[in-house]
Design a protein around this ligand. Structure first.
Ligand SMILES: [Zn+2]
Length: 143
């Protein structure tokens, strides 16, 4: 049975499990209850926030042409101000909690924007925005 300790070795195992679930979701384009709870076990409350963001169509994929390179833009959940965060699902988000909880304190595997981007990508539930490579480069400079 899986240990419930917060050992450092569990991080990569969780990442592997999550990756498997994302791939399954990608092939079926739906999230089953089992898959949801597996992801919930890994990501905790951040998954709920991510699911709400995806439901509200809060994820856009900004795709540069002609290179085809892309980055996700995820709308924050704050109702006071409509924040947008530029986000690479696997390794970066421009939000505060990514720096504070993910990088610094290692309390979370991913911030909810990263999870939202990954979920939306797996479901195909994002808005596609096409820009030129120059515009994409300018966006990345602002991170
Ligand atoms: Zn974030």
């Amino acid at each position: 049975m899986s240990g419930s300790g917060s050992g450092s070795g569990s991080e990569s195992a969780s990442t592997l499990v999550a990756e498997t679930v994302w791939k399954e979701i990608e092939s079926t384009r739906t999230v089953s209850d089992d898959q949801f709870w597996t992801l919930h076990f890994i990501f905790g409350k951040n998954l709920e926030g991510a699911a709400r963001i995806v439901d509200q169509r809060g994820v856009s994929r900004i795709c540069g042409h002609p290179s085809g390179r892309f980055i996700f833009q995820v709308t924050g959940e704050s109702t006071r101000k409509k924040d947008h965060y530029l986000c690479f699902p696997h390794h970066f988000c421009a939000c505060y909690s990514f720096f504070y909880e993910v990088l610094n304190r290692r309390q979370q595997l991913s911030c909810k924007h990263q999870i939202a981007a990954r979920l939306a990508a797996s479901l195909g539930a994002y808005v596609e925005l096409n820009v030129s490579d120059e515009e994409l480069a300018l966006l990345l400079l602002k991170i």
